[in-house]
Design a protein around this ligand. Structure first.
Ligand code: HEC
Ligand code: HEC
Length: 439
């Protein structure tokens, strides 16, 4: 039964290439009958053109983002599938296989528009209403086109009209679910660097909100997705000059910041925030035209923020006021050696006068590993035990000159073994004597 149907469909589809198919012309075009669109029609003026003018053109001209924006950042908009001329739009969609003339309701463009329409999460969203009207407009128009032999059989023009759509790699990169992954890994995992000053619903933040207003509550209670949505739409990101975004200039204290200096150019926090902001800006300003324009795929470890503080005391004078990075390695009892990759890391400027360095640590795990899965599910933490710290000091200030470069062998100043308890909170730091750090 299914096979027979399928065969019939394939034959119809094949024959549809050359001659009008009976399948589609059997169905009256949308809008006939009580629809006001139909009553104003002059039969051979082309109903499809009318439907286009009345229902598709307004979508094209609308200044509002289309329903696609719910799941795709700026790289995808239904307007990219529309051209000023009805005929060009038809030819472009038809020749890219986005319209099914024999089964208009199966058209690929309709599937793209309708994705997620029945997701309960969409209920009540403005974009859901927009999605429905976009869907209905295209469904009606495609049906009218399919019923118009002149359009169906229009020859492929020599200079085919082209759509403003982006390559699939670019579309995929800017999908919100993908963006969210990168946001969680980069920005969300760095939130403890901002302590709880900006985390909505914490006592610290409640206090600051009373003094400075809701604007300081930008790490949203709703979690990473709510925070990302908020930040992307906020004035904290400057898409034309990303490095001037308040999300960077405030914690740098380049713009006077109530929290003081919380990051420096080129440190892990800066790198993470800056890379994410640059990506959002490039997407929103349409800078990604081809796959080669995309930033390299994140192949590094997954990062998890914690409130466990790590402290190096008695830091040598030579390290004073320099950026110091501490990479922590766990002991692998089975292999009787240190693990190959660091399990935690952090960096910050050494407090020269106080001869100390301290910061919250970010945990690292290979994507897809048991460790990464456990930390994603529960609260990320390190067990008490034997650890090794490798210390890097940027004495030439190289990351200030180029925020993208990592610290490496040139900055290595030594290592030391220690016992880590890794309790949470400023009052329960894991402390190491930095004078014991040796090459
Ligand atoms: C509810 C979320 C959602 C909405 C709304 C949505 N998309 Fe998508 N879109 C996705 C997902 C998820 C994928 C990847 C699907 C897959 O991999 O099978 C995707 C893939 C695509 C692709 C193919 C790229 C690829 O991965 O091969 C295009 C083109 C596209 N969408 C265009 C649109 C357009 C145009 C709109 C608006 C009319 C839209 N989408 C609305 C979620 C959505
Ligand atoms: C000790 C508390 C504290 C810490 C830690 C802190 N901030 Fe702030 N931040 C404030 C206060 C208070 C304000 C409001 C006054 C102002 O605008 O400077 C503020 C304002 C901001 C603003 C401006 C918000 C707006 O909408 O105007 C940004 C952006 C910001 N901080 C980013 C950060 C980042 C990023 C971090 C962490 C890397 C951070 N802050 C760490 C206290 C803090």
């Amino acid at each position: 039964m299914r096979v027979a149907l399928l065969t019939a469909f394939v034959i119809a589809a094949l024959s549809g290439c050359n001659e009008p198919s009976t399948l589609a012309t059997d169905t009256p075009p949308a809008g006939r009958g009580p629809d006001p669109v139909a009553t104003t029609l002059v039969a051979d003026d082309g109903e499809a053109a009318k439907v286009f003018e009345q229902r598709i053109a307004p979508i094209f001209k609308s200044p509002d983002p289309s329903s696609c924006a719910r799941c795709h950042l700026a790289t995808v908009d239904i307007k990219q599938y529309i051209l000023p001329s009805a005929k060009d739009t038809f030819l472009a969609l038809r020749d890219q296989g986005l319209i099914d003339l024999d089964k208009p309701e199966n058209s690929k463009i309709l599937a793209l528009i309708n994705r997620g329409a029945d997701d309960p999460k969409a209920a009540g969203l403005i974009s859901a209403k927009r999605q429905k009207s976009e869907y209905e407009a295209f469904a009606a128009w495609i049906k009218a086109c399919a019923a118009d032999p002149a359009l169906r059989n229009a020859a492929k023009p020599e200079k085919a009209p082209t759509l403003a759509t982006k390559p699939v790699e670019v579309v995929r990169h800017a999908r919100k679910d993908r963006m969210l992954e990168s946001f969680e890994a980069n920005v969300w995992s760095m939130r403890f660097r901002c302590m709880n000053c900006h985390t909505e619903g914490t006592p610290q933040n409640d206090k600051l909100v009373k003094e400075h207003g809701a604007r300081v509550a930008w790490f949203k209670k709703g979690g990473p997705e709510a925070t990302m949505d908020f930040l992307i739409a906020s004035k904290l990101i400057d898409i034309d000059t990303p490095e001037k975004s308040l999300l960077l200039t405030k914690p740098l204290n380049e713009v006077k910041h109530g929290g003081g200096v919380k990051i420096v150019v080129g440190d892990q926090g800066y790198k993470a925030f800056r890379a994410w902001i640059e990506d959002v800006a490039a997407i929103k300003t349409g800078k990604y035209a081809k796959p080669a324009d995309l930033p390299p795929n994140g192949t590094g470890p997954k990062q998890f923020g914690t409130e466990a503080w790590f402290k190096l005391e008695k830091t040598p004078d030579a390290w004073g006021d320099k950026l110091l990075q501490a990479d922590v390695y766990a002991w692998d009892a089975k292999a009787n050696s240190w693990e190959r990759d660091p399990i935690a890391t952090s960096d910050r400027i050494v407090f020269g006068k106080g001869k100390l360095w301290q910061h919250t640590v970010t945990l690292l795990a290979v994507p897809g590993s048991d460790r990464a899965k456990a930390w994603a599910k529960g609260k990320p933490s390190l067990p008490a035990g034997k650890y090794l710290v490798k210390v890097y000091v940027d004495s030439t200030g190289k990351v200030k000159k180029d925020w993208k470069v990592p610290l490496g062998a040139e900055e290595y100043v030594g290592q030391v073994e220690f016992q880590g308890r890794w309790l949470e909170g400023y009052g329960s730091m894991t402390v190491v004597d930095a004078s014991k750090v040796k090459k």
